[in-house]
Every structure is written in structure tokens, then in C-alpha cells.
Design a protein around this ligand. Structure first.
Ligand SMILES: NC(=O)c1ccc[n+]([C@@H]2O[C@H](COP(=O)([O-])OP(=O)(O)OC[C@H]3O[C@@H](n4cnc5c(N)ncnc54)[C@H](OP(=O)(O)O)[C@@H]3O)[C@@H](O)[C@H]2O)c1
Length: 259
């Protein structure tokens, strides 16, 4: 057996990681973690200013290059431009984290079709569009790791979130399918399924503290996750530490779905 130091497998020196929705929340935390491990990062979001601020902060904290690109993952032309920009600036894309997501919460009869489409478009179609655009690049490289953001709600339902639960469940089907499609090309595809993190997306829950507490009590660990607690899973799946892992869904949910 060759003497591989397991810690070396987690290094991302010389790799390029593109994180959608990287301006804030989980995407920003993941991008920082990947940069800490040595990666050059490219962050995308619809609003350029917050993305640029996040990229500057990551670069100053890690000494690694970080680029900001304004792109809406639901727009085919934006996604094409995003990949072109990544290739122009860095010449490769080794890791793609499809993290951009939105949630809208109502009972089903209060949902408009437009709201359904918004949630499904960003969480599912945006992920599919980015996977499609990254596929030829990663196949040409003969290597790549795609990480799709599911949710604990990919594994269980939760009332008032019909488009979100539907889209996040479908993300796991997409992940498994692409794992099979890409395996022979050396490209891996996995999902991370987070439990409750107190990001902007979950800020509205705090308006009803009892409901928020009830939600958190459903996790075995009985607490909100800390923002850094997503990074270990992301680094594992992004790096060679997970070289024999594809088609998997890694639940980082405090044991919510264990019950
Ligand atoms: N927070 C949680 O507890 C939790 C739990 C399970 C899963 N997740 C998943 O984790 C991911 C990140 O969630 P978060 O809580 O960190 O959310 P967040 O803080 O609301 O951040 C969402 C990010 O996505 C970007 N974004 C939204 N729509 C976009 C679009 N159409 N194109 C490109 N970027 C877009 C936002 O920037 P712009 O507005 O500038 O575009 C922002 O950077 C999502 O997929 C979410 O479903 C979160």
C-alpha cells in the first residue's frame, strides 16, 4: 500500500472551484473553506456587489484568488457566460458547487404558479443548467467534482414548502443520474443535504420563534448548525478525499432525517 497522507487528499492547491450563490450564506462559507484548502474560487450570484465583497473577503482571508461573476443560474445565457468567464480567468473548473437556491413558504393553495416556477427554476433547473454547462469542461479535463445542494427536505417532507421539497428531492435524482453518466469520464457528482443553518433564507422563520424552535427541535442535536459546519462535508466531496464517492447524498442535518 502506498504511503498516502490522508490530510494531503483534502488539499485543493492548484484547483479551481466555482460556487453558485457564493455571495452569502452557505455558498460563501463553502467557498471560504475551499479557498482555505488552497483553491482559487469563482463566486456567482445575481447581485454583483455582494458577490464582489465576498470574493474580496475570501481573497484577503486566504491569500487565494477569488473572482466574482454576476449571473442568474436560471438563465441559459448567463450560465454559458459564467463558464466562459471561469475558463478565461482560470483555464479550468475542477469543482462546481451548485448552491444557489431560494425558498418560498405557503400552504399549496396560496402558491401562484409563478412562485412554484421560481423555486423549481433556481433550485432544480439552475442546477441542471450549470451541470450541463460544466460537463464538457470537466470531461475534457478527465476530472471534476460536482456538488449539488439538496436539503434535509430532500429526504423528508415539511408542510408549506411544496415547490422547495419537490425541487430538492429531484436534485438527488439528478445527482445520481449524472454520477452514472459521468463516471467513465472521471467526473464525480454528489449532493450535500443541509439541516437548519441561520442564513438569510431562514431569517423569515425567526418571525415565528415558536415554529423556528419546533423545527430545530426536530434535529437530534437540537440546535441550529454553525455556518462553518458545512465546510467539512463540502471539502470532503470537492477533494480527492472522496475519490471513490459518487452519486452519494451527504446529510449534514444534525440528525434531523435520522428520526
Ligand atoms: N440555510 C439552510 O438552512 C439550508 C438548508 C438546506 C439547504 N439549503 C440550501 O443551501 C443553499 C444555500 O442556501 P442559503 O441558506 O445559504 O441561502 P441564502 O443565504 O439565501 O443565499 C442564497 C444565495 O443564492 C444566490 N441566488 C439566489 N437566486 C439565484 C439565482 N437565480 N442565480 C444565482 N444566484 C442566486 C443569492 O444571491 P443573489 O440574491 O444575489 O442572487 C445568494 O448568494 C440553497 O440551495 C438552499 O436551498 C439551505
Amino acid at each position: 500500500m502506498s504511503e498516502i497522507n490522508v490530510l494531503d487528499l483534502f488539499r485543493l492547491d492548484g484547483r479551481v472551484a466555482l460556487v453558485t450563490g457564493g455571495s452569502t450564506g452557505l455558498g460563501r462559507s463553502i467557498a471560504l473553506g475551499l479557498a482555505q484548502a488552497g483553491a482559487t474560487t469563482i463566486l456567482c450570484a445575481r447581485h454583483f456587489d455582494s458577490c464582489e465583497e465576498a470574493a474580496a473577503d475570501i481573497a484577503s482571508q486566504t491569500g487565494r484568488q477569488s473572482f466574482a461573476v454576476a449571473a442568474d443560474v436560471t438563465r441559459e445565457e448567463d450560465v454559458a457566460r459564467l463558464m466562459e468567464t471561469a475558463m478565461e480567468k482560470c483555464g479550468q473548473v475542477d469543482v462546481l458547487v451548485n448552491n444557489a437556491g431560494v425558498n418560498i413558504r405557503h400552504p399549496i393553495e396560496e402558491f401562484s404558479l409563478e412562485e412554484w416556477r421560481t423555486v423549481v427554476d433556481v433550485n432544480l433547473t439552475g442546477t441542471w443548467l450549470c451541470c450541463r454547462a460544466a460537463a464538457p469542461i470537466m470531461k475534457r479535463q478527465g476530472k471534476g467534482s460536482v456538488i449539488n445542494m439538496g436539503s434535509a427536505l430532500s429526504g423528508i417532507g415539511l408542510a408549506d414548502r411544496s415547490p422547495y421539497c419537490s425541487a430538492k428531492t429531484a436534485v438527488l435524482g439528478l445527482t445520481r443520474t449524472l454520477a452514472l453518466e459521468w463516471a467513465a469520464s472521471g467526473v464525480r457528482c454528489n449532493a450535500i443535504c443541509p439541516g437548519p443553518f441561520l442564513t438569510e433564507m431562514n431569517r423569515p422563520l425567526l418571525e415565528q420563534p415558536e415554529k423556528a424552535q419546533a423545527l430545530v427541535r426536530q434535529t437530534a442535536l437540537n440546535r441550529w448548525a454553525e455556518m462553518h459546519e458545512i465546510r467539512g462535508a463540502a471539502l470532503f466531496l470537492a477533494s480527492d478525499a472522496s475519490s471513490y464517492v459518487t452519486g452519494a447524498s451527504l446529510f449534514v442535518d444534525g440528525g434531523w432525517t435520522a428520526g
